[in-house]
Each structure stands twice: as C-alpha cells, then as structure tokens.
Design a protein around this ligand. Structure first.
Ligand SMILES: [Zn+2]
Length: 332
C-alpha cells in the first residue's frame, strides 16, 4: 500500500472502530518447512506455534459457529476477536497445524479444494513450481498452447526460468480449469516430468479430512472443486464448481456445509472482478452457504457482507511482525 492509501485506511479503521470493535480473520495456507516457497504461502511450525501462543494469550479467538453467529445475526464481536482460517486442504494442515491448534486450544476453519484430495497430484501452482523450479535439465525454450494461443517462454537460464514461472502463475490463474489442465499436460511432456507430485505438497486424504472434521479445534468448509478464479466463469459454471465441493464434502462428512471461501479471493485485478463477482455471491446464496470469505485486506464488523469478508493473509512472520500486523486493527 502507498502512504496515502495507508492514511486513508487508518482513518477508515479509526472511524469504524470508534463505532464498533472489529474482528479480524486470518488466512493461512500451509504450516510446514519447505525447501523453497516462491508463493510465500507457508508458515514454519515454529512461527505458527508462536502465533497461536500470542492469539491464545491476547485475543478472543472465535470458533466457526461463534463467528457465523455474529456475522449472520449482525451482533457486535467480543473485544479483540480473531477468527483463524486455512485455504486449500494441504496434508500439513492435518499433520502439522492441527496438533498445534489443539495444544493451544485455538479453533480454526479449513476450506477444502476437493478435486485433488486423496490423490498423488499437486495443485497446479505447486506443480508449476515442481516442473520449472526443481531439479535441472529443462529444454532451453518452452512453447505452450494456452486456450488456442501459441505462447513462447524463455527457459535457457535460471533467471529466465523464474520469469517464466511467475508469468505462467499470473496467466494460468485467470484460465478455466480445462485450459490449466491442458497447459500442465504440455509442461509434463516438455519437461519429461511425471504428472504425479511430491509427498511434501500433497493434499489431505479423505481419512485425514474426516479426522479433521471430527476434531475439537477444526471445522471444514468448501473452496470449490478445482480452484478456479470463479469471477472468470459463467454463473452456471460457478454454481457447479462451488456446489461440487459442497456436495462432495457433505457426502464424506455427513454434515451440511455452510462455509466457503473464494479461490485467490482478491476484490479486483487490474480493475476487473476476476476472482469473484455478483454471480459468485448469487451462487453461494443459492447453494445455501452462509458465510463466505474473500481475500482482501480489512476487518470485519457486524455490518460486513457475510458473502465477501476480508481476511489478512499471514506470511511466515516472526512473532514481532505477527504481533504488529494484528495490533494495527485494534489500536484505536
Ligand atoms: Zn485457495
């Protein structure tokens, strides 16, 4: 954020928080130690442990039912309210995050992308990293057919490979799932690498999802079937993507699903609502979802729209940074 937008943000916070105490929703993806993390979505277990100790000591952490109750009934939040969420459904959520949450008695909501649960396949952005940024011996140039368009990328130097990786991350996230799958197939063939992924990047098994669903400090929510930017889809496609993850999870867990978060979830990209739009909210309502999180910086008040709540994306912050990041919402 620039200085001016920071100032405006502060003034808006100040006024809103004078009227009512906010709640802050935290967004995590992974808790594990990785060799490299170019998307910066993983928090080390040691840092996560310190985050939870701080939350347990200094904040009022709501569970999914309490958070839903306040948002749905437009009830003011208790002082210093925080709600913890995880996106995507990585195995480390169960293996590494849940034991720490349980130890600190901090509840969290886990949004699951269903298509790659219980498979040996990685989510496409991890797969892109595996193909381009691990090992060596790639051909010196890459030609891809993306949605009928011929695209060329440099891969002759490490710098060129990294640039190609970031360019494809950006480009593929606004493509429909079939286009992403087709691009990945070409990448496997081009690189000679298999479609199956790394154990370190797998999602949960169904047994793990079920164990998570019955754990005292975890609640499960939906995150689409194939993780598209739903704002790029038609209403019918959005309804199907969101509805499929809901139906699959309800079948496995034998309980109604009311929680959802938009994949990627930013409000706008280059001025266009690519991540979610009015049709997304309409589809969520039609599917009976009750609380939906997005992913833009901000705080939640009882008057916030329950179908597009802001969240704070947590990076691998050491304790002092985590404390400061949270405190900015509660200092007024
Ligand atoms: Zn996601």
């Amino acid at each position: 954020m620039g200085d001016l937008s920071k100032k405006i943000f502060s003034v808006v916070h100040y006024v809103a928080n004078k009227v009512q105490q906010p709640a802050v929703v935290l967004l995590y993806h992974r808790v594990t130690n990785l060799q490299q993390d170019p998307q910066e979505l993983s928090v080390t277990p040691a840092h996560f442990d310190s985050h939870l100790a701080h939350l347990a000591a200094d904040y009022h952490v709501l569970d999914a039912d309490q958070f839903l109750y306040h948002v749905k009934n437009k009830k003011p939040f208790p002082e210093r309210s925080v709600f913890v969420t995880f996106d995507d459904g990585y195995a480390d959520n169960y293996l590494e995050a849940l034991p720490l949450l349980t130890r600190h008695q901090v509840p969290a909501l886990f949004y699951i992308t269903t298509s790659k649960i219980n498979t040996a396949f990685e989510l496409w952005w991890d797969d892109l990293e595996r193909v381009l940024l691990t090992g060596n011996g790639l051909p010196a140039a890459l030609t891809l057919n993306i949605n009928g368009q011929r695209r060329e990328y440099g891969t002759s130097t490490l710098t060129a490979i990294r640039e190609t990786y970031y360019a494809l991350q950006q480009e593929l996230r606004f493509c429909k799932p079939a286009v992403i799958d087709a691009a990945m197939e070409q990448l496997y063939e081009w690189s000679g690498k298999p479609a199956t992924g790394r154990a370190s990047h797998r999602l949960m098994t169904w047994e793990e999802v079920k164990a998570m669903g019955s754990a005292a400090y975890a609640t499960i929510g939906c995150h689409t079937h194939r993780h598209p930017a739903v704002g790029m889809l038609t209403y019918e496609e959005q309804y199907t993507e969101i509805g499929m993850s809901k139906e699959i999870l309800e079948g496995v867990l034998s309980q109604p699903q009311v929680h959802f978060s938009y994949p990627f979830g930013g409000r706008k990209f280059l001025g266009i609502k690519r991540y979610y739009n009015a049709d997304s909210i309409k589809a969520c309502k039609a599917l009976g979802l009750q609380l939906v999180c997005a992913n833009y910086h901000g705080q939640v008040h009882s008057w916030s729209n329950p179908y597009a709540l802001p969240r704070i994306l947590v990076r691998d912050w050491p304790m002092d940074v985590f404390r400061r990041q949270l405190q900015q919402f509660f200092k007024y």
